[in-house]
Design a binder for this molecule. Structure first.
Ligand code: FAD
Length: 523
């Protein structure tokens, strides 16, 4: 099955749809999306909102300052400046395209407050902002005559000829297909599924990083994973996210004795940065040997239910009342700061290959993402990708003077991994708290699994389950290698054996160049 198009977009979240909205004016667009339901994306689950400097007391400069502070010394300032500077224009455009953000009684936009933002800056649509944005983008893009969708089509390989990306191979209903395109965009979202505990849906397996890495592209900052402090921790229930906006609206974290404990660990209390709150929760749970809870019982119950209807419904399904009960919480892998390295125009190091949204590493998040900046990143850099994709590729692609990680170590032959074993290893040894001995042991195991999964998949390429294992083990190995190499603590990366930030040695990015396999002969 051979398909031709001008522009290939892999992924139907905010980044892919926003790029498609502009590309459709320039040529034929094909969007591949691996879920049968195209709306099944991380975007659709985003709750709290989209950060943007549109409020009367706000400015792009203030938004940039908060973003840089959260990024803990590793943000790319030029990328941050693009994000906060162009964000207002693209968010206004979303409103013109029909996104209904919540408003105040006087009709002005209602800005929510979230941790580490110095002002109220987060536009929201109740607690289902991502769903509302995706609804409007989908309505716009699916009406464009030059856009085609293939749902249930999973990209498995970027086609590279003479060093230039020219499309992708994919699996659809057990058959392999091939799309030829003049520009290909990876808009494949996050990688939370690499960890046992995650807020991310099953589609979030880091495919963009895997696709890019095997195409020989550079990937960066993968050791930086954001762990969200509060998912619903009820045995047998999905790890539903309990948005930061709850704490922004004064929800308290309590130990089993009913005491607020956060200020014992962090002066900013419940509104400290996510990684700090996550580790404080883990420490307090260890100290007390009991669960940690989130409570809104001191707030007006009707207001709580009205402001957070979806979260209240998820709690109700677990037999809990968000406004009255103590809600058991735990941290979970939430967001990948690293990804496929790009320049300010979403160009990767392979000409013809672009990346945007959570799959990309533009450098806007540095070592830690400011809450609600990721929808904005997908929007702004999705639009920028469209502009760059319309330009013919130049040999050479992205060139950045960054640090390349050490070459792969030799490893012994291993069996194909069991998914649960892989995710459990990542959660315990490459998760919230890391240290050398565990990482030293984990890296060769993950690398062995990566090779075994890749070899098995090569013999059965139309098997999507095997490809999923290839992606989980590839991303897992890359995250673990970065975590072992970075001997300091910064942002989302915490090393118990190197608990401090070390700017002298580590104010750098860890970059790995992808592993190019022999090219298949031209068909
Ligand atoms: C529970 C939750 C709450 C969140 N809340 C917020 C929030 O309030 N504010 C905020 O800014 N951010 C939030 N985030 C983060 C944010 O939602 C994501 O970072 C963002 O939506 C990513 O958008 P994207 O377009 O890059 O990817 P996604 O929206 O994840 O879309 C990825 C797409 O790629 C497809 N895909 C993946 N691999 C392949 C493949 N191999 N072949 C074909 N298709 C593929 C998927 O099927 C999907 O269509 C939240 C995330 C979660 C999980």
């Amino acid at each position: 099955m051979q398909v031709a198009t001008d522009f290939l977009i892999i992924g139907s979240g905010i980044a892919g749809l926003r790029a498609a909205a502009d590309l459709a004016a320039l040529g034929d667009v094909l969007i591949l999306t691996k879920a049968d339901e195209p709306a099944e994306t991380n975007t659709g689950y985003a709750q709290g909102g989209i950060a943007v400097a549109l409020g009367p007391d706000d400015s792009p400069a203030l938004h940039a300052a908060d973003t840089l502070a959260a990024g803990d010394g590793l943000c790319d300032e030029a990328a941050v400046s693009v994000l906060v500077g162009e964000g207002p224009r693209y968010v206004r455009e979303l409103s013109e395209w029909g996104v209904r953000f919540d408003g105040e009684a006087d009709g002005a936009l209602a800005f929510g407050r979230e941790a580490a933002h110095s002002v109220r800056r987060v536009l929201h649509a109740r607690d289902a902002t991502g769903r509302e944005i995706a609804r409007a983008l989908w309505a716009r893009v699916s009406a464009l005559p030059r856009v085609r969708f293939r749902a249930g089509a999973r990209a498995i390989e970027v086609i590279v000829r003479d060093g230039v990306a020219c499309g992708a191979r994919f699996i659809e209903h057990g058959r392999i297909g091939e799309v030829r395109a003049r520009a290909t965009l990876l808009a494949t979202g996050g990688a939370g599924q690499v960890f046992l505990e995650t807020s991310n849906p099953p589609i979030a397996t880091g495919d963009g990083v895997t696709l890019a890495w095997y195409a020989g592209a550079r990937v960066a900052d993968l050791e930086f994973v954001q762990f969200h402090p509060t998912v619903l921790a009820v045995e047998g229930r999905p790890r539903f996210l309990l948005s930061e906006a709850l704490r922004g609206e004064d929800a308290h974290l309590l130990n089993a004795a009913g005491e607020r404990f956060m200020t014992r660990y962090e002066p900013a209390g419940e509104l400290a940065a996510r990684d700090l709150v996550s580790r404080a929760i883990a420490r307090e749970a260890r100290r007390t040997g009991a669960p940690i809870y989130l409570s809104m019982a001191h707030l007006d119950a009707a207001w709580v239910h009205d402001r957070f209807p979806n979260i209240a419904a998820a709690c109700r399904a677990a037999g809990l009342d968000l406004a009255r009960d103590r809600i058991p919480v735990s941290p979970a892998a939430h967001y990948a700061m690293g990804g496929v390295e790009t320049d300010l125009w979403a160009r990767t190091s392979v000409p013809g290959l672009f990346a945007a949204g959570e799959a990309a590493c533009t450098g806007v998040h540095g070592a830690n993402r400011l809450a609600s900046n990721s929808l904005l990143e997908g929007l702004v850099f999705g639009a920028r990708a469209a502009i760059a994709m319309a330009t013919p590729p130049q040999a050479g692609g992205l060139t950045h003077g960054r640090v390349d990680a050490a070459a792969l170590r030799p490893v012994a032959a291993t069996d194909v991994p069991d998914e649960r074993a892989l995710r459990t290893l990542m959660w315990h040894d490459v998760g919230l708290v890391r240290e050398r001995a565990a990482l030293d042991a984990a890296v060769p195991v993950l690398e062995g699994w990566r090779r075994a999964a890749r070899a098995a998949w090569r013999l059965a390429e139309a098997d999507p389950a095997l490809w999923r294992l290839v992606s989980l083990s590839t991303v897992g190995a890359l995250v673990a290698r970065g975590a072992l190499r970075r001997e300091e603590s910064r942002g989302g990366h915490y090393r118990a054996d190197f608990p401090r930030r070390d700017d002298v040695h580590w104010q750098i990015h860890i970059v790995e160049r992808g592993h190019v396999e022999a090219e298949a002969p031209e068909q």
